[in-house]
Design a protein around this ligand. Structure first.
Ligand code: MG
Length: 262
């Protein structure tokens, strides 16, 4: 049984198509292609430029082109929303912890499209009333607006679009990838910022991909607007903006925060 048209037949079809105006393209097989060796034909679809620049990435370390936002030594990259020095607690183990009541902290630098790595840990001491949204609640807000929920969702049921690694009140995580309470959790986030027209309308919405402890939990989901606790989210036009970590009153800790501008 003949599965493929013969080469000579293909050539005839190619010639026939090329007789039509605008139908010829550089992709059409050249008449003499069949005289080339396979490796020569294969070379025709190789692309050599641009050459990707080199980035080194060792296990457990930020990639060489990452901006290290927090490595445990200081809070110099962070400030309050009023532009005052960040008040969160710097710990001896290379982490920092929310100081409830002092407010969230944000980067001094603004970001657009990014790859972000954050490690966080919920407090191990669970007192009465610390359940649902009141257990290890914080948040990673891209561009100060779009929250990837931080919550101790280990054996702690709450509404699914508000549990750990949800895009808060917008997208339920694909799975619950929580490690036990008190263990460090990893978020690796790829964020594509929204684009706005000159008139302030949404040209293209934001998209987020999240891996929680290496497990895909948000797969390029469309962000519907600024995170809202009450009501439907909507967009407001904005430029590149800081990364913001939430003070929700719980003693959540963070460490090893780095970001790559895309
Ligand atoms: Mg939160």
């Amino acid at each position: 049984m003949q599965t493929f048209p013969s080469l000579s037949r293909l050539k005839l079809v190619g010639v026939a198509v090329c007789l039509l105006p605008l139908a010829c393209s550089n992709d059409a097989p050249a008449a003499d292609d069949e005289e080339l060796e396979p490796w020569q034909q294969a070379e025709k679809t190789q692309v050599w430029d641009p050459e990707p620049r080199t980035v080194t990435a060792r296990p457990g370390e930020p990639p060489s082109d990452a901006i290290v936002l927090f490595d445990g030594s200081d809070l110099n990259q962070w400030e309050t929303t009023d532009g005052e020095p960040a008040q969160w607690t710097l710990n001896d183990d290379g982490s920092m912890t929310v100081k409830p009541g002092t407010g969230g902290i944000q980067t001094k630098q603004a970001f657009c499209d990014v790859q972000l790595h954050v490690e966080w840990r919920a407090p191990t001491v669970i007192e009465e009333g610390m359940d649902g949204q009141n257990r290890g609640n914080s948040g990673v807000f891209l561009q100060q607006r779009y929250e990837v929920q931080v919550l101790d969702s280990y054996n702690n049921r709450t509404y699914a679009n508000g549990q750990a690694a949800s895009i808060y009140k917008q997208h339920i995580p694909l799975v619950n990838a929580m490690r036990p309470t008190g263990e460090w959790q990893d978020y690796d986030i790829i964020f594509q910022a929204p684009r706005f027209t000159g008139q302030g309308d949404v040209d293209s919405p934001a998209h987020i991909t999240v891996l929680h402890n290496g497990v895909l939990v948000q797969n390029h989901v469309e962000v519907k607007g600024t995170t809202a606790w009450i009501g439907e989210p909507s967009y407001e036009s904005h430029d590149c903006a800081p990364l913001y970590l939430q003070d929700h009153g719980d003693l959540v800790s963070f460490r090893n925060i780095w970001i790559r501008e895309l």
